[in-house]
Design a protein. Sequence first.
Length: 312
Amino acid sequence: MIKDYIIIGAGLSGLNTARKIKEIGLGSVLILEKSRGIGGRMATRRTLETRFDHGAQFYRVKSDISELHEWWKVKNISHRWFVSFKGDHWCSDQGMTALAKSIVDGLEIALEKQIHTIRYDNNIWKLVSDKNEEWECRNLIISAPLPQALLILERSSLKQIDLQEIAELKKIQYTKALIGLLILEQDILINEFGYEEFQSGDFFSITDQKMKGVSKISAITITMSPTFSESEFDNADDVVMTKILKIFKEKYPMAMITGSELKKWRYCQPLSKYKSFYFEVAPKLYLIGDAFGGASLLGAVRSSEALCDYIF
């Protein structure tokens, strides 16, 4: 069956676009996601006898995300965490993934579907997975991280694409992120909010999951700096974790660590963004995401909303 829309990627930009297509009634929409779960960097992990957010830790209430913010408030799955000079910070005590999952009601999603190539034939986009599964659609939206989207385009050898613009997109680089998940014997004081960002050094941020309400026991998420993450990313997990724990203990010598786990993000945040909020690669083939809207959940939504305004 030919779908009206297929969206590759079940991160926030893809989910929000699918939600709006369905709400407006523009036709059938299918989301294909290569992972086992949805949400992209809105990631919550159940491990070490508790829960951790190990991607985005919050969202800030801005005009771009106001519609989704009201959606989450009505569903009673979002609460104010803290207010700082950077704005009003909200999260979910069920974990950030719960916010993503609240969007998918009534949407058709197929998980563990990695698209290998696409082609355009008689006004129809045809997609083939790495397992030779096939789908067809009239409109194709790729919301996966930009390097993954460009890899699909490169393998597909499309004649319709603007090679000069693709060259510009290839200049957008992503930071990597190494994430330490720690269980502590007792609470430690991060600061009054339970969240701190660092301007220099090996840490990017430290988050108290208990203060957020995500964990009932003392649980800390450590996001390492882009520099540290880049230098250590390909090393063995146990080697990396040992280094993270050593640095953490130097800052918090009284912390008693009873469990730890390492998570990795190969594509964490874009270091720059494209000149517009989306890009029409070829007829009815669009790229969206944080490489277009900006390096945050707000950026992902901003890109999605801009595309929706265009195609609707």
